[in-house]
Design a binder for this molecule. Structure first.
Ligand code: NI
Ligand code: MN
Length: 226
């Protein structure tokens, strides 16, 4: 599995020859101005919920690449109504085998309105089983007890967790999440994009080290084999 970070909560996962783009929010992110959206290829676009800071570039990239949009039923229907050709709707608790691996749509505690204010279903997170590895992307969420089920059933090798606080978990809750999901390796996302989610990154990394866990904070545009 290879991960490329595109800023905020957007990243590309490359596995089994497929490109999975998560929560594209690039053009409107000033910190990601050096990323050329038009050069991003995708076979699938996975959306955790309907908020603009997770779906802003989804239609443009889906239209250009023909990628299949995977999200909850309401989010994919909204995009289908905008003319996106290929969509796959799921709902919380369901799993589906695709040509790259298996996707589980799991619970997140957050909200999910679409950019035009219409209903965006329930927010979710994704567990991807592919290439002999398990990755958990929590989406925007509070810490919640259902995460223990992920520890029981999935034991992710790596978790991509929000750490910016205010709208989602912060660093302390992300450490509790690690214990619940039984994972010690985290890529932090959803921090430092806007003033309300600014964090002390040096301190965040130190807090992880104290608990013998690893917090990876990637540069925007950086790729990493995981
Ligand atoms: Ni959100
Ligand atoms: Mn968000």
């Amino acid at each position: 599995m290879k991960v490329t970070f595109y800023g905020h909560a957007c990243f590309m996962l490359e596995v089994n020859g497929k490109k999975l783009l998560f929560d594209p929010f690039i053009r409107m992110n000033a910190l990601a101005a050096h990323i050329d959206v038009e050069s991003i290829a995708a076979d699938y676009i996975l959306l955790s919920h309907g908020h603009g800071d997770h779906v802003a570039d989804a239609k443009e990239i889906a239209d250009r690449t023909g990628a299949t949009l995977i999200s909850n039923h309401e989010v994919v229907t909204w995009f289908q109504n905008l003319g996106v050709a290929n969509v796959w709707g799921m709902n919380i608790g369901g799993k589906r085998k695709f040509d790259f691996g298996t996707v589980h749509l799991v619970n997140a505690i957050h909200s999910s309105t679409m950019p035009d204010g219409s209903y965006g279903g329930n927010p979710g997170g994704f567990i991807i089983e592919a290439g002999g590895k398990v990755l958990y992307y929590a989406g925007d969420t509070a810490l919640h007890k259902d995460m223990e089920l992920i520890g029981l059933h999935h034991r992710p090798d790596i978790a991509i967790l929000p750490i910016g606080d205010n709208y989602t978990m912060g660093v302390e809750d992300s450490l509790l999440c690690c214990n619940m999901i039984r994972c010690t390796k985290v890529i932090g996302v959803h921090y430092n994009t806007f003033p309300p989610i600014e964090i002390d990154t040096v301190n965040a990394i130190r807090q992880y080290e104290i608990e013998n866990k690893e917090l990876i904070l990637m540069e925007i545009g950086e790729s990493k084999e995981i």
